[in-house]
Write a protein that binds this ligand. Structure first.
Ligand code: GCW
Length: 623
């Protein structure tokens, strides 16, 4: 009987996958299986599945061939765990449940199909131009990929939100998406424009204390839940970068968030209110301080179903930032972190930069126990390989795995992803070499872009290449790179110590004192917190200038080594008839090497005008 079932399921899989869609991802053939087929596959292989309501609703156990889960979704997660074990070559017992209840991707997808900071094509949700069935298939595959790593929510539209998403036309699409994703445990959420009722012509104000406004949001919530009973809630960017918000009416963030929270509360929905608020009430203040300044006094004033969502660092997804001190300041407010999976500031879809080490670094400062969930700005688009760069998929994968279990190591996740993605190569040398390439890649990016605490010296607008001399009188100063590095004849760096802007004062001890003091400030944050003399002697006895040169050189060398390592892998790909994928990565790494060299040359040439100290000769400058 079991054998017949197995053959049946295998046949089904072959049939569905024969319409090869060319979407490569870590799931291999499992990508084509529905939730019940994936379980059927394991049943046919002798596994026995049953719901055990004593387990956490998303938790499961695997003992031998007996699989128990707190719900059907938990059993699906267990099936994917078995798939992971199979790919990694070792079946074993497991007992798992997610660390965070909320594990949500944020899509910055506009309703016209474009994606803000998207580097992998257009939206898979909006105005895709696909036929209905293809559109459904793509979304179903997306949901499976999410479920395979435990991601259980998706915000479907950009935080710079269009009011139109709340109109019937769009809500019907949201319902269709919710219906497709439900069997995979992925709930839908929407980013909303705070001024929606007014923008849609229903009210003459968007004042959160206005009774007409409140009634509109209540009715809207009722309408949404009638269509989508398990709708997750709203994500809001208010009074930031020109978006409307409660300040427009002299109200607070708490007034705004609570009004929406009250509308969603009867249905169990949540409000994710972003703390990425700059350029509004605290305009002119050091930008990294504005979140704490704006929210600190509101601690304890938010409804229970409001979550404050903050970026991992206080500025804006730089290759390295110290953790955001808002996590130290809000004691009575539910919080979670927003990571950026899309590589806006880390080479977009052209550079191989594996971000799990950055996210692990965050968790080493902010305890996972203090957070209710994790959000990630998605890197998914309609490109055949989903994320642009073949290795960028690893960031989607790692986001899900860390949201499920932040204690996993970035190395283990990289290794797992490689095994699941490059299944056919089954070559230990490949996995080990590429795991260390991935592990090193984030530090490598920091080195060739902005070492020692430098930040935001990106070209205007597109945030890809370097522009250390960037200044435009018509722009707010905090958009200009020169504002961040503050290079002059004396030195370089932003003085945020107690003698400077005082941003260190927002940190808990011991970090406040540690960062405040030039001699104890970790070198990786040095120029974030201090303006440092060019000839300052660093821990290795060499000057700041020499260290800066050495870091840039080290970064470029690391990309060279990465490219060389990849070249050594060629024969494996040729043997596996996967040369196209090898070629694609090879060309991208060649671009990355050219870009790294450009970062080094442009930045060092620029800083050299101020330091007047010798530039490293070609090939020199490694500490
Ligand atoms: O990182 C910056 C981006 C903006 C983005 C903003 C935000 C959605 O450059 O494109 O807008 O952050 O997080 O709201």
């Amino acid at each position: 009987m079991k054998r017949i079932l197995f053959l049946l399921v295998t046949a089904l899989v072959v049939v569905t996958s024969s319409a090869d869609n060319g979407h490569s991802a870590w799931m291999g053939d499992f990508l084509d299986m529905t939730a019940s087929q994936v379980q059927g596959y394991w049943r046919a292989n002798g596994y026995d599945f049953a719901v055990d309501s004593s387990l956490p609703s998303e938790g499961y156990t695997v003992k031998g061939t007996s699989v128990r889960g707190g719900s059907d979704i938990a059993l699906l997660y267990a099936s994917y765990e078995l798939m992971r074990q199979k790919c990694c070559g070792k079946m074993h017992d497991a007992a798992a449940s997610p660390k965070f209840k909320y594990r949500i991707l944020n899509h910055w997808d506009n309703l016209d199909g474009s994606i803000e900071r998207g580097y992998a094509g257009k939206s898979i949700f909006w105005h895709t131009g696909l036929k209905r069935q293809q559109w459904r298939t793509r979304i179903e595959e997306y949901a499976r990929l999410n479920a395979s790593v435990g991601i259980n929510g998706a915000v479907l539209d950009n935080v710079n939100a269009s009011p139109k998403v709340l109109t019937t036309e769009y809500l019907d699409t949201v319902k269709a998406i919710a219906d497709i994703m439900r069997p995979y445990g992925v709930r839908v959420y929407l980013a909303i424009n705070f001024a929606s009722p007014m923008a849609l012509g229903a009210t003459s104000t968007a004042d959160p204390l206005d009774s007409g406004v409140k009634a509109w949001w209540k009715a809207k919530a009722k309408e949404i839940y009638a269509l989508i009973p398990d709708f997750g809630g709203f994500l809001v960017k208010a009074n930031s970068e020109g978006q409307p918000g409660p300040f427009d009416y002299g109200r607070t963030h708490a007034d705004g968030a609570n009004m929406l929270a009250d509308a969603l509360h009867p249905y169990g929905g949540i409000v994710m209110w972003r703390s990425f608020v700059y350029g509004s009430r605290h305009k002119g203040e050091d930008r990294v301080m504005q979140a704490v300044s704006e929210f600190k006094d509101l601690d304890g004033k938010f409804r229970d179903n409001v979550i404050l969502q903050s970026k991992n660092g206080p500025l804006d997804f730089q290759p390295r930032e110290p953790y955001a001190p808002i996590f130290d300041n809000m004691k009575k407010t539910a919080q979670w972190v927003e990571f950026q999976v899309t590589q806006e500031y880390t080479g977009q879809s052209k550079h191989l930069v594996y971000l799990a080490p950055m996210w692990k670094e965050f968790f080493s400062f902010v305890s996972a126990d203090s957070l209710r969930g994790v959000a990630g700005v998605s890197n998914v688009g309609n490109d055949a390989n989903w994320c642009g760069h073949p290795f960028s998929q690893a960031n989607w994968y790692a986001f899900g795995r860390l949201a499920w279990d932040p204690s996993l190591t970035s190395k283990a996740i990289a290794h797992e992803w490689l095994k699941m993605t490059f299944e056919e190569s089954s070559n230990r040398y490949f996995y080990d070499s590429m795991t260390s390439v991935m592990e090193r890649s984030r530090e490598m990016c920091v080195d060739y872009m902005m070492p020692l605490g430098l930040h935001h010296i990106f070209k205007f607008d597109h945030h890809y290449g370097p522009e250390p001399d960037g200044f435009k009188a018509e722009y707010p100063i905090e958009w200009c790179p020169v504002y961040y590095h503050k290079a002059d004849s004396l030195g370089v760096g932003f003085d945020r110590s107690s003698k400077g802007t005082g941003a260190v004062g927002q940190y808990r001890e011991p970090y406040r004192s540690l960062y405040d003091n030039l001699s104890t400030c970790p070198e990786q944050y040095l120029l974030w917190f201090h303006h440092v003399a060019w000839n300052y002697r660093m821990k290795n006895g060499k000057t700041l200038w020499d260290n800066l040169c050495a870091r840039y050189t080290r970064g470029v060398k690391a990309v060279e080594t990465t490219l060389m390592t990849w070249k050594l892998m060629r024969s494996i790909f040729v043997d596996d008839c996967d040369e196209d994928r090898w070629n694609e990565v090879d060309s991208l790494l060649t671009i990355q090497l050219g870009n790294a060299q450009e970062w080094k040359d442009v930045c060092l040439d620029y800083f050299h005008q101020f330091s007047r100290m010798p530039l490293p000769a070609e090939g020199e400058g490694t500490v």
